[in-house]
Design a protein around this ligand. Sequence first.
Ligand code: TTP
Ligand code: MN
Ligand code: MN
Ligand code: MN
Length: 373
Amino acid sequence: FNPPLSSSCVQVSQYACQRRTTLQDTNRIFTDAFDILAEYFEFSENKGRKVAFLRASSLIKSLPFPITAMKEVERLPWLGDQMKAIIEEILEEGKSYKVLELMSEERYKSFKQFTSVFGVGLKTSDKWYRMGFRTLEDIKNEKELKLTKMQKCGFLYYEDITSSVSWAEAETTDQLIKSIVWKFVPDAVVTLTGGFRRGKKNGHDVDIIITCPRKGKEKNILHNTISVLKNQGLLLFSDIIESTFVETKLPSKHVDALDHFQKAFLILKLPTQQTAIGDIIDPCGCEGRKWKAVRLDLVITPYEQYSYALLGWTGSRQFERDLRRYTTHERKMMLDNHGLYDKSKKVFLKASNEEEIFEHLGLDYLEPWERNA
Ligand code: TTP
Ligand code: MN
Ligand code: MN
Ligand code: MN
């Protein structure tokens, strides 16, 4: 018996690592709504519902067809009654009044503003909200309020940092870092990762991962690179985190926890491109200025962990969550940015590229641009 090939019969895996999710999202009207709801529940500290909406959104992003009728989503995993009600509302009305109502709640609006500042997360937002602050203006007017150095920079470069980083700016940053790193370590491997590696045309930051095939030669790269940036007047902010990696530790399940690599969260003073006649191209509205503040994450990894680090830092976050969930529940293994541990054989599995990690896990290989879950 061959069932007819219609959208309602398509088998869709419950795991993003078994779906090919490109940037071509033909259902943005639905996934935008679900992403907002995930954020709404993140702000209300309801982790369960946040994850539920992220999974639903991610699943819809992988559909190759635009949703036009309820029967097309009937049998899909992760779509509960509440999600189906929202899809139905959008199909009928072109928008969801339920979502608009939640978006207009005071707590959501305040948290949306607060968390848009570099260095401000849920903890600080909650504190400010409970102190009675509602807008960023409220915060700026409160001169007594203690801000971290990171948050001060977040306010100082707010416009630049919240305007997205273009592909060209990511490319410029990548070239700049390569030219500096290769002066110290000519055989260092420097890779643009994160959203740009997945093919995104813009992002909220630039992510770069660095390693060296000669053991231990990666260790001084971070400090040396940051010194050069500083001396060239290109560094506006740096938060350096030293490695906390311990060989004997088993992989951690938590995707949202920081990994143990040496890394730095930076703000660069990135020179903006000039044309032949010397006019300043002004992509960010920074009129009359020859630079733009750009967020950069630099990660240093030992060579033998590089493939795992690259897989972890390429994202998307939801892809990484599902990859770990799949590893734990379907393979009885443990995966993080440092390695893969086989619990039955009690060994760490080596991998010299991402393809080998997918092989260890018994998964078909997904290219970075198919990981936009
Ligand atoms: P992000 O830079 O936050 O996200 P992105 O590049 O996918 O999208 P954009 O910047 O355009 O908003 O994170 C990139 C990946 O890095 C993500 O999959 C999570 C991962 N990551 C870690 O694995 N460990 C860490 O410590 C951090 C900060 C991120
Ligand atoms: Mn990024
Ligand atoms: Mn991000
Ligand atoms: Mn990042």
